[in-house]
Design a protein around this ligand. Sequence first.
Ligand code: MG
Length: 370
Amino acid sequence: MLSRLRFDVSRSAGRRYPELSHPYRNDFQRDRDRVIHARAFRRLENKTQVFAPGLSDHFRNRLTHTIEVAQVARTVASALDLNQDLTEALALVHDIGHPPFAHAGEEELDRQMQRFGEHFDHNLHALRIVEQFEQRYARFPGLNLTFEVREGIAKHSQDLEPGESPELDELMPGVRPPLEAQIIDLCDEIAYNTSDLDDGFSAGLLSMDLLRGTIPQFAQAYEIVEGHYPGASERIRMHEIVRLMVNDLVSGLLTGTAAAAEGVQTVDEVRALPHRIACYSPPAVETIAQVKNLLREEVYSSGMVREERRVSIRKIAEIFDYLMEHPEAMPTEYRETTVGQSLQRTVCDYIAGMTDGYLERSWDILIGMS
Ligand code: MG
């Protein structure tokens, strides 16, 4: 459909440290594999998406969410005839910079850094992970990913303006990323909004009646499922409905993007446009907004999620203070890879890399037992 806008791997601006090409994997395929083999990728398994584990073994964590995003994104890239390898690498890496305890953790780290006039941003942190903190190769630090994957990490969910972050000047600020990076943010939205409905329903925070009453597309899907499978259990009906919703939202992303791409002929034009091309159809925009509202009111601000958040924020703040006063409590090799940066940045990086479990254990050892 949009093959004229596909970012071909032969156009890649390459790697910071030149490498020989591989006999049967192209550079984007190699980047995808490098991400999967990174330690930070494996740590996603023990990072909260919305619900902390414990109540159920079936809630999404950051790793299963990432796999769901990759699945949606591959489908979209394939249907639009974009570069699936680049898309998949970007989807798999998109949340690699997330700190423990989901958005609560990110907000708390940012709040801590603001005390020093600095910030924490998970996309920029992801870039530092793949360029600096992953130590797996003898010849270079980080994963030595291609320019386009690093650019996509910085730009998939936000535009990068000239002068915004001097350290990111090489990633072409002011220029739109390729379509493969643009679709990631929307695939992420489709994946988490629908899975949060599913997990919120499992957690008992959302009822069928509430969902039907607030989301017209849900009500429509409900009628279809009722018509086809009148005897199905509520659990099965919920799965069928969520499946239909994912399908409709993905279709909305395909038609919206195809329509917005009309008249755009080349990848260079995609880059030069003042706005992004990837977008939903108007009905999908509405459904996404309705789902987000409902999730905000009934799930993200529920007592269950709020209490988890309160406890985890307090632990992050206490560990942050403790490490500012006792930097020697951080691993030696970690302090060595961050020479030359401020202590607060090193502490922030260290905490951001922690899994939920490691943060809990660190808190027990450093603070809880003292
Ligand atoms: Mg995500």
